[in-house]
Design a protein around this ligand. Structure first.
Ligand code: ES4
Ligand code: ZN
Length: 338
């Protein structure tokens, strides 16, 4: 008999909320630093892990941006993505829609092409090498200006065959979705899919705005929708997928403890929830680990776990390959919990 943990690792799932820069494990950070001649202000991987004791989104982001200094070449981005894809595959991820933060790299003097082509070296071969299909989502940093987001979209035009959609991330409060109306309109005109972080630390109004002003098709996090019954009703009616990240919410203190996470109530309310890992190197687990944590602590039934896996593929941007989506969905239905 499989142990419950192993069982969830083989449940087929899609990862829809994953920042590739957030998959940088301390060991790889030191390896890349040594290779690139970058000095990190930490003496060892243990000391770096110690620094992973953030208290909120901003203190996490400070470390997240600091460590990006080790990413400098196409090969660095390729190695980062391959390390992630290997881990994801081992946790039952069959399809991954991967965020990246161009401005966090171009502001350090890197070319956007270095980032996209480096990631693509891994993503373009991922089905063959890891058995994981992929999509790439370009995120704008919401604490940067709207003009910077527009310039980023402009710079991305040569790479649009590699990019499926746009997203919005980084420090949420004080940077409402409406700030990015123009760049989302431009992205839509280019045929890009649209998502945005909303309702992680920000209020439910930001979720409404992301839907109404930015036209997003999925809401990343969306946790705070539970504070607004009319919004919940709308999200249920329109089957808007929410990409929840339970272990992230605990580490960033969006919820007090995992036992307090509203996921079970959200599923009971009929919301289209998915479970994802956000920044797994920092938050204590990859996709399967998040599934395992919610099963263990929130007592989700097998039906609910299967629903979460099904939702992940239904909410995927696989409209250009419905055959593949159907194959994944059939795998979910055929999966037997032992
Ligand atoms: C992020 Cl957890 C989270 N929230 C907002 N922006 C982010 N970028 C990377 N991780
Ligand atoms: Zn995120």
């Amino acid at each position: 008999m499989k142990r419950p943990y192993d069982e969830l690792m083989s449940l087929p799932k899609a990862e829809l909320h994953l920042h590739i820069e957030g998959t940088l494990e301390p060991e790889l950070a030191f390896e890349l630093a040594a290779r690139g001649g970058v000095t990190l202000p930490y003496a060892s991987t243990d000391e770096l892990r110690e620094a992973y004791r953030f208290e909120d989104l901003q203190s996490f982001l400070n470390l997240y941006y600091e460590l990006m200094a080790v990413l400098r070449t196409e090969r660095d981005f390729e190695d980062l993505a391959n390390a992630y894809l290997e881990r994801a595959a081992a946790q039952g991820v069959r399809h991954a829609e991967i965020f990246f933060d161009p401005q966090a790299h171009t502001s350090r003097g890197l070319e956007l092409g270095t980032v996209v082509e480096g990631l693509w070296r891994a993503l373009g071969n991922s089905e063959a090498n890891h058995g994981v299909s992929t999509r790439l989502i370009l995120c704008f940093l919401r604490d940067e200006s709207a003009a910077s987001a527009l310039a980023t979209l402009e710079a991305a035009k040569p790479y649009l065959d590699r990019i499926t959609g746009v997203g919005l991330d980084s420090a949420e409060v004080g940077h409402p979705p409406v700030k990015f109306r123009e760049v989302y309109e431009a992205a839509a005109a280019l045929g890009l899919r649209r998502v945005a972080h909303a309702g992680e630390e920000g209020p439910p109004e930001y979720i409404v705005e992301a839907l109404d002003v930015l036209g997003v098709e999925r809401v990343d996090h969306g946790l705070r929708c539970v504070e607004d019954p009319a919004l919940v009703e709308r999200l249920v009616r329109d089957r808007v997928p929410l990409t929840l990240c339970p272990l992230s919410n605990v580490r960033l203190r969006t919820v007090d403890t995992l036992a307090d996470h509203p996921l079970p109530a959200m599923l009971d309310a009929g919301l289209m929830c998915t479970v994802n890992s956000d920044d797994p190197a920092y938050f204590g687990g990859y996709a399967g680990d998040n599934f395992d944590a919610v099963r263990e602590t929130l007592g989700l039934t097998e039906d609910r776990l299967r629903e979460l896996a099904r939702n992940s593929f239904l909410a995927s941007f696989l409209e250009d390959d419905e055959e593949l989506r159907a194959r994944y969905l059939a795998e979910v239905e055929a999966y037997t919990f032992t």
